[in-house]
Design a protein around this ligand. Sequence first.
Ligand code: DGJ
Length: 727
Amino acid sequence: MPITYNQEKKLFKLDTVTSSYILQVFEEGYLIHLYYGARIPDDNLTELRIVAFDHSAFEPNNARVKSWEFSPTISPLEYPASGTGDFRIPAFTVKAPEGNTATDLRYLTHRILKGKKPLEGIPALYVNSDDEADTLEVDLIDRLTGVVVTVSYTVFNNTGAMTRSAYVRNTGKAPVELKTVMSASVELNGADFRMIHLWGRYGKERTYTEQPLHHGIQGFESRRGSSSHEYNPFAAFAKNNASEDYGEVYGFNLVWSGSFSFEAQADSYDNTRVNVGINYKDFSWLLKPGEGFQAPEVVMVYTTEGIGEMSRIYHRLYNKNLIRGEWRDKVRPVLINSWEAAYFNFDDDKLVAFAERAKKLGIEMLVMDDGWFGHRNDDHTSLGDWYVNEKKLKGGLSSLISRVKALGLKFGIWYEPEMISEDSDLYRAHPDWCLHIKGREQSNCRNQYVLDMTRKEVRDNIFDQMYKVLSENDIDYLKWDFNRNLTEVGSEGLPPERQTEIYHRFVLGTYDLMDRITKAFPHILLENCSGGGGRYDPAMLYFSPQIWASDNTDPIERLTIQFGTSLCYPASSMGAHVSASTRASYETKGNVALWGSFGYELDPLKLSEETCDLIRRQIAEYHKYYDLIHKGDLYRIETPTENPCRCAWEFVSPDKSEMLFTFVIIRIVNNPKYMPRFKGLDPNRYYREETSGEIYSGALLMNAGYNMVNFSRPDGASYKLHFVAVD
Ligand code: DGJ
């Protein structure tokens, strides 16, 4: 049983394949966290001295608790509140009708359920059948206000992953104000961890970084209203002796596309509290009697097999229990996107010329990017006017699509549904439909404003406009862009006491619109984008099986981006294109882009014959290796963080019968020796390297390595080696 309850000891045990997670209802109903780590059989953990210590008189206690060692500020509370004896970072704070913020949560009841329920209004992992998971819900009550928090845990069978979330109900008689509602708070045993996370900026998303924890609070956040280029809602805590292939690692990934907060507090007793959830700084939420509030979910992974295995657990889980719809399993078409080929400067004939050449190269879909609507010839106008610019597309959209389809290509289109240009019919008709604060100057950002997605009439208008175009035309793919963050966050649709809810309601509004579009057009392949990868998060993957990883298409820069992305996001999710960017050969551009959902971002009419031949071969390889890359296991062999001179990675099929190794030389070094030791093969099987025909045992390839001394190595060169089991 993955979830058990020992009535006598009041102890919950949640087992994944790799981990045990143990809670106990302690004296006076305090819910205590006893253990999260490698799987253990025991359920008699009360002797573990992690619950309480002989502490000084400065640590408060509850007078009714008999265990004198207990103190809310040193004992590991499962969902800690604030102002009632715990001085560490709280997971939950509510402002009572009387105006104070002291909050105290105690056990009320619990349920153990088969399967996993969807979360209301927000994306979450799902089960394909109820046998895939089990769920524990524990209700905690703040008796003074009548606020009940249900903390939920789902254990996914056959993986090392579980999820957590929190749902708040006001069962009291008066309105309260939610100030902090974290999705999870986990007490890790010890403070000897490195915190790994992903930082970046536009064009440099999801760059790996790690720091040893120090005593005190450390963390990162987004306050931008989106999950952002700057920090990704992901962190791993690796024991100081853990590495890519060995050791204990805890991963946390928040299924949320708005502002978020990750905080770790290494406390004075050498425990580490990790709090993950929506950003509490620009947030408060009025909860009237009878109302509920759903906090998003966190996906938690534990392994003793290093950072690499943590990534593989996330990848498998997301490919099966997060990404949805028919495109989850269907082979994604190789696309060519008009953006870097033409920017705003295109018409129907130019696009058809692109399509004609693309078809000859083996490309399967033409995507018409920004610039097809209103009178948009640059980025100053027309967002919100989602009707075709017939001056550009003479004969209209359906005529263009028929011409493209007649060539045998699929057709994709670009939208930026959450935005509005000042120069648009929509803005002229509804100047109050953007986020704004009366009397304050509006910040300018890419010459556009953000639509007030909290308002249903705004979402309805955009939905109707999109519905018209998408239902009247044969469209296979939609790129959903988001090119600025939220400022002057005010809404004319909400009363003053709810203005602090806008950041949150904005994201809910976006999810509502995405949900309606994906339900109305389930056959359309949705690709998310936010100025590249500024909204690359699990919640977006729930709607769009792939996300444009970055506007930076330089293959060497992309290595850092793709390695970072791979910490928790699968290859299948990563939009990766070959572009005309100057650095490196087309071969290396292709080898790097092959890692993700593949395509081209260039003018196909400007390619040499030699490049055209190479592109045909690349597309054949994309199909040849599709299952291996999209469904196989990633092993990072050398990362740009470890080695600024070369990078290498592998994909191994789940049955270990096939492996593709890719190696990129970033910068030549004066050391001819290179013998990578491969990973993830079966040591007892033999593998043939396809080009040379040579056969090696898995044991040799993993322990002795593969001799690459004779591969020529100019800067920017790259190689692929394909090994297939010979049995
Ligand atoms: C930002 C995206 O990342 C680009 O690929 C392109 O779609 C532009 N927006 C269009 O404005």
